[in-house]
Design a protein around this ligand. Structure first.
Ligand code: G3P
Length: 216
């Protein structure tokens, strides 16, 4: 399973990349705003800065919600850097835009996916990635992991090449569950990745090894 980091914070991207386990980055307009990145030129430069830190795919989201606008923005984003993946919302014009970009060989990430039917449409349109938001489903008492599992099952039935990119991850258990059900990618906050490191028996075991080593 690939690990992406879900942030626009350059320090966090560097920290995850330095761990050596990072395969890519996802951003969205909320994450860009959180970092105070505003204005088209600053936003475009920020995407290039991210691409210069990591080696893998970097999802950059369009703001337009009409077909022509998404094509215009998506082409601008795709020209920025070969690592850019155009992130497009799961709406009717979004599906048309994904098909358009797919025909042109431009990678896409279909975002805001909350149902298996939406995921099926994204795959039919040729999306490179589909992003089901599992944490936001959990927030409304719906089983987010069950959706990931359902999408993986459907895609395997028909050998769709679209990769299941589990998004809206809230903690390390989400990452483990995604791995169990076969998600291709988990995009995570840095803390959720770091939390995978934690086990009290590792800490106490290491403390004992170090104290014993000091005796000899
Ligand atoms: O990037 C999309 C997704 O990961 C958002 O997560 O935490 O805002 O639900 P969250």
């Amino acid at each position: 399973m690939k690990f992406f980091i879900d942030t626009a914070n350059l320090d966090q991207i560097r920290e995850a990349n330095d761990l050596g386990v990072l395969d890519g980055v996802t951003t969205n307009p909320s994450l860009m705003a959180k970092e105070g990145i505003r204005g088209q030129n600053n936003i475009l430069k920020h995407y290039v800065d991210i691409c210069n830190i990591v080696e893998g795919d970097v999802s950059a989201e369009v703001i337009a919600v009409d077909f022509e606008g998404m094509i215009r923005e998506g082409e601008l984003l795709a020209e920025l850097h070969p690592q850019i993946v155009v992130k497009i919302p799961m709406i009717k014009d979004g599906i048309k835009a994904i098909k358009y970009f797919s025909n042109k060989g431009i990678k896409t990430n279909c975002t805001l996916v909350f149902s298996p039917g939406q995921a099926l449409l994204a795959a039919k349109a040729g999306a490179t990635y589909v992003s089901p938001f599992l944490g936001r489903l959990d927030d409304v008492s719906t089983d987010g992991i069950a959706l990931i599992e359902q999408i993986v099952f459907i895609y395997n039935n028909y050998e769709f090449e679209t990769q299941v990119l589990a998004a809206s991850i809230r903690g390390p258990l989400h990452i483990i569950k995604c791995a169990e059900v076969g998600a291709d990618v988990a995009t995570c906050p840095l803390q959720s990745i770091l939390d995978l490191l934690k086990h009290p028996l590792t800490d106490s075991g290491l403390a004992k090894f170090l104290s014993d080593a000091a005796k000899v």
